[in-house]
Design a protein. Sequence first.
Length: 285
Amino acid sequence: MDQAEGLRRLSRRATKVITVASGKGGVGKTNVVANLAISLARSGNRVLVFDADLGLGNIDILLGLTPRFNISHVLSGEKTLQQVLVRGPQDIWVLPASSGVSSMASLDARSQSRLIDAVSSLDLQVDYLLVDCAAGISGDVLTFSRAAHELIVVLSNEPASVADAYALIKVLSKQYAQRRFRLLPNMVRDAREGQALFAKIAGVSDRYLDVSLDLAGSIPLDAALRAAVRAQRAVVESAPASPSAQAFGALAERVQSWPLPEGPSGQLEFFMAQWLQPDAAASSS
């Protein structure tokens, strides 16, 4: 199959690309991605999870998966993207990242070209691509965030998490003119605490930034969620009646109500091209 045929196959159906980011590590971002992916799949959606923490990926560990290969094997030419994909719970697909491979932290032009070719020839139709990127404001995080149709910023009720979430929003707003952000307070006591966290960041952003912030919901930290993490399972599967699992289900319902992409921007290969496009701001500096 040539590249054009691969692009035609991907173009049959729009793929909604959602990047999940956080200014600080340890706020449960990967757990959010895993549970959201399974919740979306339960509603009949075809979901692909891309572990975009390219050098320190761990969503496979969280889901109890044991992939033999990862994206580094695609870039080396040893495997195709189709061979690297792993099927997870509820038939979601997971594209695992490497772990402890420093060269994956910054891809050169040749590697970028190989990745675009791999994605464009992927014979897989999905409704949602969830991108679990690294924490912080590194170059990869910023480019993944800019390329997606929707950006969910996960934060917890800690001063450092709130400050770093605001920093991520500020950088994307000031340097790249990104305007819309969806905030997801995680590991909170209840919805009221989540709303208070949202109001804290929204208040500062209204004063200093030209952005639109939406509250995507909030995820409570309960005993079932802690037990699920230890068991390497998604809480929506291990304890579907728990408060956290119910909150993830509500999040998935909201995500499905967000407008679908229209035109070329809704295609998976467009996302990859946007991600790998040279940073105009950086190149001009």
